[in-house]
Design a protein around this ligand. Sequence first.
Ligand code: HEM
Length: 167
Amino acid sequence: MLEKHNEEMTLQDILDLSYMGKVLNETLRMYPVVPNLKRKSTKTYNIPDTNLTIEKDQCIRISVLGIHYDEKIYPRPEVFDPERFSPENVEARHECSYLPFGLGLEQCIAKNFAQVVSRVCLVKLLSQFRVEPSKNTPRQIEYDPTRTVLYPKGSLPIHFVKREAFY
Ligand code: HEM
């Protein structure tokens, strides 16, 4: 892509990076920065097949992490698989199955902006460097319980290896 436009990127080029889009989506499925959402109930609701009732005006927390790791929605949820975000697979799921930016009136105001900027940063970074695990990179990430957002406990060391020539 960079070669095509002499190192320049257009918005359309960025949007055309469909595999990178799948990788970013799967990353936010496994590591949703905001792991739960807050809402206020607008009406009394009995949760089907339970004796639980959410009262009108009750504040509730929705576990994004819990939904993203529900194996009825994402089989083998601990496996990183960008193909979960192929157009057919996305189409087959309920829209509330994937909530890294929330949903509805309170959803992230910068959802589209964040997705474009993430791709631009990755293009810039990966055209210059390969990213590799080091011997100290944890294979299983532990989260810091003192943070409100999903944040690794301790450090997360990785190697950036300068590329000789990418294309
Ligand atoms: C990958 C990056 C990002 C993620 C995963 C993310 C995620 C979220 C989530 C989950 C919410 C709550 C949505 C809800 O309750 O339904 C939110 C709200 C919000 N986000 Fe983001 N966000 C990102 C980037 C950004 C950026 C770059 C900005 C600003 C430039 C931004 C501005 C906001 C604002 C202002 C709200 C509050 C919206 C409201 O309450 O009406 N976000 N974001």
